[in-house]
Design a protein around this ligand. Structure first.
Ligand SMILES: *Cc1c(COP(=O)(O)O)cnc(C)c1O
Length: 351
């Protein structure tokens, strides 16, 4: 039998992203995008003088790094920009893990972590979360490997306080602890302040969710100069131009209009709390999510069935056919009117 791929790629089960269907207009509550357009500054920037698509972009992302350093209160040496935070995660797994340097993460979390381990041949340990999906920080001490934790976690939305993250970072000296803060802007606590104190902490951020730039692909890593140095080694060897000029300008514009995004996040949080209360009133169990989504189940209807019935009514949510969570659906918080349509469809289904 002919097989072109190496054994690892031949055996790999690729990550399956949320559907982006083209057959009709859905109310899209399945991939945690923002319902709000990017700031008007983004359109101004990308149609301006600096777009210059005939020239390569600045591989060091100098202006973006300067804007981020000022905004977050870290030094330029603490920062790296990537093509989405998925690319940062790729670089981090490549740089800090291998067959002899494994990694641990919660058994219920972002599915990409396990796929990256399979792809790169990294041994991984899945640490069980509690029955209520809570993460016990003690479980991550003394595991003898690197650690990655999404905080708030996906798809539960639960978050750990910075003191717990600090404990995990302290009890793993000589190991890299990656904290994936994709959803931190929706009510979580950021641990970015710990970067100055610990050289083994890497914080991953994305502009996809809170900054309405899922389509532009922009992610950011914040860590010690030592960790950022290794990540740059990988970046320059992989694709030094992974941030294109338009995305760079869109990112710069995002830093120029932070109030706009803060206000949008506030709106999402308000809507989330309202929809959470409505779902609970309808008898759903809903986790206490601090992200831009809710994670909910009902005794009245199975997870898969609810997903399918909503889909038939033009509402897309995310269902995971995975052990422990197949009764649930993850519902992205959209605009008020999108959530009204979701609740109306839901009422029709359960009555
Ligand atoms: C969405 C998401 C990402 C990826 O974000 P991109 O920047 O769009 O690649 C990373 N981690 C978690 C936990 C996410 O939910």
């Amino acid at each position: 039998m002919k097989q072109y791929a190496n054994e690892r790629i031949a055996a790999l089960c690729a990550y399956v992203p949320g559907e982006q269907p083209r057959d009709m207009q859905y109310i899209k509550l399945n991939t945690n995008e923002s319902p709000f357009p990017p700031s008007p500054r983004v359109a101004e920037r990308i149609s301006g003088e600096e777009a210059k698509l005939n020239l390569y972009p600045d591989p060091a992302c100098t202006e973006l790094v300067a804007a981020a350093a000022a905004s977050i209160g870290v030094k330029p040496e603490n920062l790296i920009f990537t093509n989405g935070s998925d690319e940062l995660l790729n670089f981090a797994f490549l740089a800090f893990c291998d067959a002899g340097r494994g990694i641990a993460f919660p058994d219920i979390t972002y599915g990409l972590y396990a796929v990256l381990c399979e792809m790169y041949g990294i041994p991984y340990l899945k640490i069980p979360v509690g029955r209520d999906f809570s993460i016990n920080p003690q479980d991550f001490c003394g595991v003898g490997r690197n650690v990655v934790i999404a905080n708030p976690n996906a798809p539960t939305g639960l978050c750990l306080p910075v003191s717990d993250i600090e404990m995990i970072v302290r009890c793993n000296p000589g190991r890299v602890v990656i904290v994936d803060e994709a959803y931190v802007a929706f009510g979580g606590e950021s641990c970015v302040g710990l970067v100055r104190k610990y050289d083994n902490l890497l914080v991953a951020r994305t502009f996809s969710k809170s900054h309405s730039l899922a389509g532009a692909r922009l992610g950011m890593g914040i860590g010690s100069p030592e960790l950022i140095g290794y990540l740059n080694k990988v970046k320059y060897s992989f694709n030094p131009y992974s941030i294109n000029r338009l995305t760079m300008l869109a990112g710069l514009a995002a830093f120029e209009d932070e109030n706009y995004y803060t206000e949008n996040c506030k709106k999402i949080i308000t809507t989330r709390e309202r929809v959470k209360a409505e779902l609970r009133a309808l008898g759903f169990s809903v986790t206490d999510s601090k992200a831009n989504f809710l994670f909910a189940r009902s005794d009245k209807i199975g997870g898969r069935e609810l997903y399918e019935k909503l889909r038939r009514r033009g509402v897309l949510v995310r269902h995971f056919d995975a052990p422990g969570i197949s009764d649930y659906n993850r519902i992205t918080i959209g605009s008020e009117s999108q959530m009204e349509a979701f609740l109306a469809a839901l009422l029709e289904i359960i009555n």
